[in-house]
Design a protein around this ligand. Structure first.
Ligand SMILES: NC(=O)c1ccc[n+]([C@@H]2O[C@H](COP(=O)([O-])OP(=O)(O)OC[C@H]3O[C@@H](n4cnc5c(N)ncnc54)[C@H](O)[C@@H]3O)[C@@H](O)[C@H]2O)c1
Length: 255
């Protein structure tokens, strides 16, 4: 049976861990050529090694998504290596430490917008001309359930994800006539490096996990595979009629 992403060229940003790692691995397992990219070189090489060992096709490129030079080089490199880009997953992101908004510095505010918002803008800006030239493509932006149903403590971060959702809708309208679809995924809390960074801890203890789980009707945190499943669905033929929308991968938390 033909694999879902045979012949497809996919870029996944933030592919060195968490959702990006699971998403890149799933695309590769289903036949795609995957360009892995991250700022963490060790993790990037680890994920590239895992995918290659499993028989998948991938390449790796260090890229800070907030730098236009880096993103331009990433896209050029991908086009040179694979011959084009069919799918872009804007996944790289992080959060400032949880605090009330008025206790967050301007530097922290600017830094989180630079990665989470400028990063998505740059990825789209540099990939779309290639997608237009080749007749189409799919972009998936990883936003957050915090953009839809914000809770206290991560307000600027949630603001970045609100911006991502609005850009997803507007861009979808701009590129629809070029056969490019743009959608988002809104994950709920998961035990990844991101969550530890946001909470300012080395590991999530039982109490913190229980507090998060209590807010999720399905009774567990999100797993990277949940996000990979939604992203690959949106990128696949089965997602053909979806554009300008977002899937809440949240175990019912936002209902
Ligand atoms: N984990 C959660 O609870 C959660 C919930 C909702 C949304 N998200 C979003 O999911 C996405 C992935 O996060 P995750 O949970 O897998 O966390 P993660 O920390 O495991 O992975 C994020 C990856 O992005 C990379 N990265 C960070 N800044 C970068 C930059 N400037 N350029 C390139 N790469 C960069 C990191 O090195 C890391 O490998 C993020 O956009 C995050 O905001 C996470």
């Amino acid at each position: 049976m033909m694999q879902r992403f045979e012949g497809q060229r996919v870029i996944v940003t933030g592919a060195g861990s968490g959702f990006g790692e699971a998403t890149a691995s799933r695309f590769a397992a289903e036949g795609a050529q995957v360009m892995l990219t991250d700022i963490n070189e060790d993790n990037l090489q680890r994920v590239a090694g895992q995918i290659s060992t499993a028989g998948g096709q991938c390449a790796a490129h260090i890229c800070d998504v907030s730098s236009e030079d880096d993103v331009e080089a990433l896209v050029t490199n991908t086009v040179n290596e694979f011959g084009g880009v069919d799918v872009l997953v804007n996944n790289a992101g992080y959060s400032h430490h949880q605090r009330l908004m008025w206790k967050i510095s301007v530097e922290e505010f600017d830094a989180v917008f630079a990665v989470n918002v400028r990063g998505v803008f740059l990825g789209c800006k540099h990939v779309i001309p290639h997608m237009i030239e080749s007749g189409g493509g799919v972009i998936i932006n990883i936003a957050s359930i915090g953009a839809v149903a914000p809770r206290p403590g991560v307000t600027p971060y949630n603001g970045t994800k609100g911006a991502v959702l609005t850009m997803t809708k507007g861009l979808a309208m701009e590129v629809a006539r070029h056969n490019i679809r743009v959608n988002a995924v809104n994950p709920v809390a998961a035990d990844t490096g991101f969550m530890k960074g946001a909470m300012g801890v080395d590991s999530l203890d039982e109490e913190a996990t229980a507090q998060l789980v209590n807010t999720i009707p399905r009774g567990r945190l999100a797993e990277p595979r949940d996000i990979a499943a939604a992203v690959t669905y949106l990128a696949s033929e089965d997602g053909d009629f979806l554009t300008g929308t977002a899937i809440n991968v949240d175990g019912g938390r936002s209902v």
